[in-house]
Design a protein. Sequence first.
Length: 145
Amino acid sequence: MASCTLLMAPNGTRTKWSIFTQGTPTRSGTTGWRKVPATYLGGSVSQPLEWHLKRIARHLDAHPDLPWGRPWELTKMDDTTDLRYAIAGLFMKLADEKEGQRGIDHLMLQSGREDSRSYQVLEAYFDTGPEGLGNFIQQKLGAYR
């Protein structure tokens, strides 16, 4: 069942976010975007999203062998940064920069509950193809080094 939450967007305007899944980004087949808008807008554990992305960029350098092209298979980096939520927050940020609310709604509404569907939507939206999502993530994280 769909629900909507009004949140303050980074530019200070009120924004309606359609949050329709109850899951969290995990490999269990319940990929959800419920916490992602909060991570994008407000960060996590009292730190902004950019702080987490900088930490992940350094982690990427130390762990290039992780499955970056399948971010829902990643786990917590430590007690402060969950790779899944921060990377999903990065997707929200990129969609916002690309198309604003329309892009965010597209990712959230089209991704569904299955990991495979979520990956298909991300690959199509960011035009990466099935094998390019990991490279895309790594490239975008490069801006935070």
